[in-house]
Every structure is written in structure tokens, then in C-alpha cells.
Design a protein around this ligand. Structure first.
Ligand code: AHM
Ligand code: MG
Length: 323
């Protein structure tokens, strides 16, 4: 059987060679980050770098190294105009923007609190395009994403990508280092009995979120009349990958503790790309009050409430937000 590598897939599915170069560069950065993560303990890279990022969070050494890999490898892409990274406050301009150039938004290492305990982490990215020569605005709504994806550094390293048509999953072969097509046309099952939320924040939640979780927890004896399961990995990438594989709903809502910041997760390089992936796979992505990808960003590091996953559950949550 002929293996379909990421390169072969991109050659067949992506008309613009410059977008292929960029996606291959992103995949190379993710492969390099997978090695950094795997060898972190040998190289003294686990633990904190004792530096605050612009989110006011203490950066891990690997957060910084992962950001360096994205910058080092992707900066060579001929039509990449700018980088927007979770770890860098300002937009990094690589060239004078021309119509058709690409803008890359990324979280180089998502879920980095999992590093010290050897659990899954990932990288997330989104790509948009400059529409007119000289336009230095990078604050576009998620509908304008041309591609989005993530790498999952778990028991195996995976690269999952959507170009606005299908969602396709590749697994890194441990011998050759190739990303090989293993998960064609990924779909989120529409019905599910699994939810993911950090329940330690229960006391801060708004009524619609409490109602939804209370009803799930009530199981067979409650209004849902069936048992629900709960998972929380503290890595959005791992969470979304599970939902793409067996369904479920992921929630990081705004609550009374984080509302002044807008929520927890960042719009441009966490919520928007995951929203695009989930919607292309048949799921729904909402703040509870409207589609995530309709939000007009006010800043590159803006935070938003996030509810995404199986259609029936997210639609139920949207209904609960109307009352
Ligand atoms: P990070 O990008 O700083 O790692 O933060 C994002 C992560 C998500 O992966 C995850 O869903 C969430 O933060 C976990 O938050 P909590 O610490 O409340 O469990
Ligand atoms: Mg993150």
C-alpha cells in the first residue's frame, strides 16, 4: 500500500505552492518541538523559565524554545508576512505585506502545565491572508482563516489540519519522521455523553453552565435520563483531539473570576483555529451567545469564552444561554 505523506496530501489538495511551503514549515517546527518535548528532561528544559509572558503567566523554558522553533523555521516561508504568537506581545513583521501574503497565528506549546508531569501538550496554528498591499492589520475574524490545525505531542505525535474542506489527521512515523495520513475526513459524532470542563471553577460559573453540568452529573436520574462521563486533561489540544475522535463537548466559559479578562483562552491562536477544525468536522463552536468565528478581534491576545464540540450538546448550551 502506498503511504500518503503530508507532502503528497498537500500537493494534491492545496493549489498555492506558497501555502504548501508554509504548511510544511509548520509541520517541521512541530516535529522539532516534539523532539524538544520528548528530550526535555535530558536537556534541563522542563520547569519554569522564571519569565512572565504578556498574558501574565510564567513561561516554561519549553514555551520559549517552541516559539523559537516556529520563528526559526517558518520565517523562511517566502509569502509569510507576519507572525502572531502567544509568547510574543507585538506582531512580528517579516516583510512588507502584499495581497495574498500569509499571516500565521500560533500557540507554540499549549497546555504547558502538563510538561512537568509528562502528559500531553500540543501546538495550535491558524493562517489568514493579507487582502490588500500594505495592510498591516492582523485583527481579522475567524471566518477569514484559510487553514487551521494543531500538533498533539502524546503517545504518538499527530498533525491535524483543515483547509476549509475536510479535517485530516497525520501521525508522525517514529522511524522516518514522516507525517503519514492515518485519520482521513475526521468527523465529530453529533450525539455524545462526555463533557470537559475544569469543575474546580464551579462556584464562579454563570447559571447556563451550572445548569448544563448539573444536568449531566444527575445522569440517568436527571432530566437527561442517561449517564455522562467527564474528562479534563488541561490541554486544549488533547481535549479537541478526543472530541474529534469520539465526540464530546469542551467548555472554558467566562466566569465571575475571569470575566474582566474576557475568559481564559485566546481568540486568535486557540479559539479560532479550534472552532474552524470542529466546525469543518461537523461540530459547533460558540461563546454561548454567538459563533466564535464571528468575533471581531480587538487585540492579538484577546481572550474569549469557548464552548465547542458535538452539535447537539453545543446547541443545547446555546439554548440555555438564551434564558
Ligand atoms: P496555555 O496556552 O497557557 O497552556 O493555557 C491554555 C490551557 C488549555 O490548553 C487548557 O484547556 C486550559 O489552559 C487549562 O486551564 P486550567 O489550568 O484552568 O485547567
Ligand atoms: Mg495555549
Amino acid at each position: 500500500m502506498t503511504e500518503t505523506t503530508l507532502r503528497r496530501h498537500l500537493t494534491q489538495s492545496t493549489p498555492d505552492p506558497n501555502l504548501i511551503f508554509l504548511l510544511e514549515d509548520i509541520a517541521s517546527a512541530c516535529r522539532a518541538i516534539a523532539n524538544l518535548v520528548r528530550n526535555g528532561a535530558f536537556e534541563g528544559n522542563l520547569g519554569s523559565a522564571d519569565v512572565m509572558n504578556i498574558q501574565g503567566e510564567t513561561q516554561k523554558t519549553l514555551d520559549i524554545l517552541a516559539n523559537d522553533e516556529f520563528e526559526r523555521i517558518c520565517s523562511n516561508s517566502p509569502r509569510l508576512a507576519a507572525l502572531v504568537s502567544e509568547e510574543v506581545e507585538a506582531v512580528t513583521w517579516l516583510k512588507e505585506p502584499k495581497a495574498g501574503d500569509y499571516l500565521l497565528y500560533f500557540d507554540p506549546l499549549d497546555g504547558s502545565s502538563n510538561l512537568d508531569v509528562n502528559l500531553s501538550v500540543g501546538s495550535i496554528f491558524a493562517i489568514m491572508q493579507v487582502q490588500t498591499d500594505g495592510d498591516r492589520n492582523v485583527l481579522h475574524e475567524g471566518r477569514r482563516q484559510v487553514c487551521a490545525g494543531y500538533a498533539l505531542y502524546g503517545p504518538s505525535t499527530m498533525f491535524v489540519l483543515t483547509d476549509g474542506a475536510e479535517v485530516t489527521g497525520f501521525t508522525c512515523h517514529n522511524g522516518t519522521g514522516d507525517f503519514r495520513l492515518t485519520h482521513p475526513n475526521m468527523k465529530v459524532p453529533s450525539e455524545t455523553s462526555e463533557f470537559a470542563i475544569n469543575t474546580s471553577r464551579y462556584r464562579y460559573w454563570d447559571t447556563p453552565i451550572r445548569r448544563y453540568v448539573d444536568e449531566c452529573v444527575a445522569g440517568k436520574e436527571g432530566v437527561r435520563q442517561r449517564p455522562f462521563n467527564m474528562r479534563w486533561t488541561a490541554s486544549m489540544v488533547a481535549e479537541i483531539h478526543r472530541i474529534l475522535t469520539r465526540g464530546g463537548v469542551f467548555l472554558y466559559p467566562a466566569d465571575s473570576k475571569n470575566r474582566s479578562a474576557g475568559g481564559k483562552l485566546r481568540l486568535m491562536y486557540e479559539a479560532n483555529p479550534m472552532a474552524m477544525i470542529i466546525q469543518q468536522a461537523g461540530g459547533v463552536a460558540s461563546t454561548g451567545y454567538g459563533p466564535i468565528m464571528d468575533i471581531e478581534p480587538k487585540g492579538p491576545h484577546q481572550r474569549v469564552p469557548v464552548i465547542l464540540g458535538s452539535r447537539a450538546e453545543v446547541e443545547r448550551l446555546i439554548e440555555y444561554h438564551k434564558t
